[in-house]
Design a protein around this ligand. Structure first.
Ligand code: ADP
Ligand code: MG
Length: 356
């Protein structure tokens, strides 16, 4: 939601939030703004603290330090019911002995005609207008999750919180349902936070992604920013496929280890990694460019992923994606000699050596 000043209104202000379990530090000083109407995703590997942060926002868990502000007041002491956020977890959590209609109505305070109409409206909204009389056990996993979503949306919450809502579903249903949820979120304009460990899901659904690692926020940005300009080695290697060429910055240039070749201009001094996406490596079978040898060919349908050894760059092995259309014009097989060119506008250097 955009105010007249052009600024998006702040829904939640998370400040200095920390959480310890005994001596274990699950969250370290998290600062985060949640804007009205946005779809935010908490993305990170298992155990990094995503669910803990979400549970603290819902009120199911209490933080050890810091505050959660809503509309200028600290809501930290409020119960989940007082906060009134809609919640959906990975497990369907429907009442097995209640019908779909009764399950959805459970999320409403009232009963009678108005409530009945609202339940019908909610089932329509999630694309299940005709199953109100069924029991959860008669539904597929995807249908159960949509009913649970309808129930979470029933009281028209200001904030919808989803913890890995698609993880228990098989791949096809997952992709279909993520489109549906995104579509519904956009139509309702409801502020949503979704926890996921699936980077593709976060890239596809979120307006902004919060990348987390070891209880800290590594980067916050739009999917394009996170993918195009990862702020750390962790983000670079966690989101999408990234080649990381280890080397040294000196005298205005980056050189891979064991090589005198300059492959990028660079400021500063010290160990660094050159980051380049597989799709930003141009592969040809002749002409200019750096000589490389094809070590592996993985056919992936729309594109082919090549593994390329680059002797001139200290023997680094790169992944390069070649579109199916271009692949047909190239004579490429394991052992073949090729030429590679990195798109200079798509390169990025991150400081540091060692393993990412
Ligand atoms: P994620 O959702 O990112 O997988 P969690 O937030 O569930 O991670 O957990 C973060 C860390 O905190 C994990 O190491 C987990 O074992 C620990 N943790 C979570 N809840 C508790 C708890 N109630 N007691 C002790 N440790 C916990
Ligand atoms: Mg979790």
């Amino acid at each position: 939601m955009v105010s007249s000043s052009g600024q998006t209104a702040l829904l939640l202000a998370i400040r200095g939030l920390g959480k310890t379990f005994g001596r274990y530090v699950a969250l370290k000083t998290i600062d985060l703004d949640v804007h009205e109407g946005e779809f935010l995703s908490f993305l990170g590997p298992s155990g990094c603290g995503k669910s803990t942060l979400l549970r603290i926002i819902t009120g199911l868990e209490r933080q050890s330090a810091g505050t959660i502000g809503q509309g200028g007041r600290d809501i930290s002491a409020l119960s989940p019911a007082q906060r009134g956020f809609g919640i959906l977890f990975q497990s369907y959590a429907l009442f097995p002995n209640l019908t779909v209609r009764q399950n959805v109505a459970y999320g409403l305070n009232g009963s009678g005609r108005a409530a009945e109409a609202r339940v019908a409206e909610l089932l329509e909204m999630v694309g299940l207008p005709d199953i109100g009389g069924k029991f959860p056990s008669q539904l597929s996993g995807g249908q159960q999750q949509r009913v649970a979503l309808a129930r979470a949306l029933a009281p028209s919450p200001k904030l919808l919180l989803l913890d890995e809502p698609l993880s228990a579903l098989d791949a096809k249903v997952r992709v279909h349902l993520r489109e549906q949820i995104k579509d519904l979120q956009r139509r309702l304009g409801i502020t949503t936070i979704m926890v996921t460990h699936d980077q593709e899901e976060a890239l596809a659904m979120a307006d902004r992604i919060v990348v987390m690692n070891h209880g800290t926020v590594e980067q916050v940005g739009t999917p394009a920013e996170i993918y195009g300009h990862p702020a750390s080695l962790f983000v670079a290697s966690f989101v999408g496929k990234m080649n990381l060429v280890p080397g040294q910055v000196a005298g205005g240039a980056f050189r891979p280890h064991g090589s005198t070749a300059t492959i990028a201009e660079a400021q500063g001094e010290g160990a660094a990694r050159l980051c380049v996406r597989p799709e930003d490596i141009e592969v040809s079978d002749a002409g200019s460019g750096t000589a490389a040898r094809v070590e592996g060919v993985e056919f992936l349908g729309a594109f082919t992923r090549l593994r390329l050894a680059v002797p001139g760059w200290g023997g680094v092995v790169l992944s390069a994606d070649v579109a199916a259309r271009q692949m047909r014009d190239l004579a490429i097989a394991p052992g073949a000699a090729v030429r590679i060119t990195l798109d200079p506008t798509r390169l990025q250097l991150l400081p540091g050596g060692g393993d990412a």
